[in-house]
Design a protein around this ligand. Structure first.
Ligand code: TXA
Ligand code: MG
Length: 314
């Protein structure tokens, strides 16, 4: 059976493609430095960007934290299993490679049934960054993982399309006040309903103080331009429009509509797949994306659009 094979590969220190409810991950044994090194190598990810450790349940996750503040337990109670990652002070046993030498570790309990089944069968933490090459569009189905990583992985578990579609929310609870490091599948509004006001970390240009905050990320190969209104998009057959809400039939270019009914959850679920398809469409030269209402999952999508459109300084 595939699950048995997956566990066997993980025990050997190999890494595999793994579905979660957010995006597909590139998973390896979270306590095996050789497996962690392999993840960085395949992803071409800089070693200063630490990994999230995944667990089947909260108690297992918290067992690797040096201290678990009451807020972490409240959030876990409410949102785990699900698309939330908590950053807490780590225990000694967590390898430096997983945390990039930081004193904190990122912990998450995914809800996807295949991820759950694998975590239970494996019986330990799995480190899993999104299964894309560093800086590129995250994969939300097994075929996209194959496009990103090709034969670099011996196995990709197919769990169908991801139903959340954007990565987990990353919340740092290691300090006095909670800090949002990445907007994601659990909205800021939902988090704040439990924690009260949350601070936001600011994106940076080069080597981040708080990792994962690089300005340029999630990027298509084609130029991506952000617009506030559809009227700003050049009316040309080679324009690709990543739309949200009603779209006029007369637009001559290629349209991918994140949600014709303006539903932010639906938009998140389609986001990376539609970006990828516009990027791959030979008929278009540039992608024009409409910014979404900046609330709930719209904030997570806008943050990704913003970083996907940022040019790298060379
Ligand atoms: O939804 C997700 O979280 C997906 C699926 C596969 O679980 N994983 C994912 O991993 O998005 P990755 O590696 O692409 O993003 C992890 C984020 C990065 O922004 C990283 O900098 C941050 O979490 N992170 C990890 N460990 C951290 C730490 N110790 N302190 C601060 N930030 C951390
Ligand atoms: Mg990623």
């Amino acid at each position: 059976m595939t699950l048995t094979r997956a566990v066997e590969l993980l025990r050997q220190g190999q890494v595999i493609g793994l579905p979660t409810e957010t995006v597909y991950g590139l998973a390896g044994d979270g306590l095996n430095p050789a497996a962690l090194a392999r993840i960085f190598e395949i992803k071409q990810r800089p070693l200063f960007d630490p990994l999230i450790l995944h667990f089947a349940e909260a108690e297992a996750a918290f067992s690797l934290a040096a201290t678990v503040p009451p807020q972490a337990r409240q959030l876990a109670e409410r949102f785990w299993p699900g698309p939330l990652t908590l950053v807490l002070a780590k225990k000694e046993i967590v390898p430096d490679l997983a945390t990039s030498g930081l004193p904190n570790v990122a912990l998450r309990v995914p809800v996807h049934p295949v991820a759950q089944a694998l975590l239970r069968a494996f019986g330990g933490p799995l480190a899993a960054p999104s299964a894309n090459r560093f800086g590129r569009i995250s994969p939300t189905d097994a075929a996209a993982v194959h496009t990103e990583l090709g034969d670099a992985v011996p196995l990709i578990l197919d769990g169908g399309p991801c139903n959340v579609g954007v990565e987990s929310t990353v919340l740092d609870l290691s300090g006095e006040k909670p800090v949002l490091l990445r907007a994601g599948g659990i909205s800021l509004e939902e988090i704040e309903s439990i924690t009260g006001p949350v601070e936001r970390a600011q994106p940076v240009d080069a080597r981040p103080q708080s990792p994962g905050q690089l300005k340029h990320h999630y990027a298509p190969r084609k130029p991506l331009h952000l617009v506030n209104e559809p009227g700003e998009i050049p009316v040309r057959p080679d324009s690709a429009w990543l739309a949200f809400g009603p779209v006029s039939d007369s637009f001559p270019g290629i349209v991918a509509n994140l949600s014709p009914s303006s539903d932010l959850r639906e938009a998140a679920a389609h986001f990376f797949r539609m970006m990828r398809s516009l990027d791959d469409d030979p008929r278009t030269q540039a992608i024009y994306a409409q910014l979404l209402p900046n609330c709930d999952l719209g904030r997570a999508i806008n943050e990704r659009l913003d970083r996907a459109s940022a040019r790298v300084e060379t």
